[in-house]
Ligand binder design. Sequence first.
Ligand SMILES: NC(=O)c1ccc[n+]([C@@H]2O[C@H](COP(=O)([O-])OP(=O)(O)OC[C@H]3O[C@@H](n4cnc5c(N)ncnc54)[C@H](O)[C@@H]3O)[C@@H](O)[C@H]2O)c1
Length: 254
Amino acid sequence: MGDTVVVVTGAAGRIGTYLRRVDGGLPARGWELVLVDTADPGEAHAAIDIGDDGALDALTDAMAGAVAVVHLAAIPHEDTWDALRRTNIDGTYRVLEAARRAGVRRAVLASSCHAVGFYPTGSVAPTDRPVRPDTLYGVSKAALEALGSLYADRHGLEVVSLRIGSCVDRPLSAFDLGIWLSPGDAVRLVDAALRGPVSGPTVVYGISANTRGWWDLTGARALGYAPQDDAEQFAGDVTEYTGPSLLGGDMAAS
Ligand SMILES: NC(=O)c1ccc[n+]([C@@H]2O[C@H](COP(=O)([O-])OP(=O)(O)OC[C@H]3O[C@@H](n4cnc5c(N)ncnc54)[C@H](O)[C@@H]3O)[C@@H](O)[C@H]2O)c1
């Protein structure tokens, strides 16, 4: 274990799989991954349910000797308050507390535009504006950012919260043409968040270099993120967008 060991929670999921596999993923960038998930990622992993009361000790053990944690494990959509609180809020607390106990230096947290989903489109909320969640899921991501802020300020953990756009294989709707984060750029973004200069709690937006992109990438670029993909190549093959003119898109209206 050493300066290259990174724990990835939610490693079996969509983004976790991108981080392990796309263009060699984080391992090709020099990181040794310790995988955590309730699901089987198909390789060695710690089967830990971060929503369990007893998970703190197991998470602390998994983080022993790690330099950073990339926290992806979550319910990634709207759900009941009890379910979201258990996994997304209590679980994030346990991940950060385990990181503190294990002496981990940096935490990269998967946040979402849904923490600020009721801001209008076209004028992405600066990260120093108050959160404006569009769903209970969005509230859980606002709580994740708040927990990250607490652990940065109180405990000196380097915390980077990533407000991730639509991170899927390819954009599906016209809305996605603005907010797509390609699998390759997801790897570049997380790699930058693991390495970049951080001072105090840090929240950045993360999308690809989309021709129609309107999110502010200043913060992510300051970390060293250099996106290479553009959703525009799929423009002829996406569905029309008829949802509200809100940052949270369809989810803000459902
Ligand atoms: N994909 C996107 O477009 C997108 C956009 C914004 C934010 N995010 C956030 O990024 C993260 C990853 O998203 P994803 O698309 O890969 O989701 P996903 O559902 O594919 O992966 C989530 C993983 O977390 C695991 N998990 C869920 N509950 C768990 C628990 N209690 N304990 C341990 N593991 C648990 C699941 O088994 C799964 O493998 C999530 O936090 C999500 O909210 C994703």
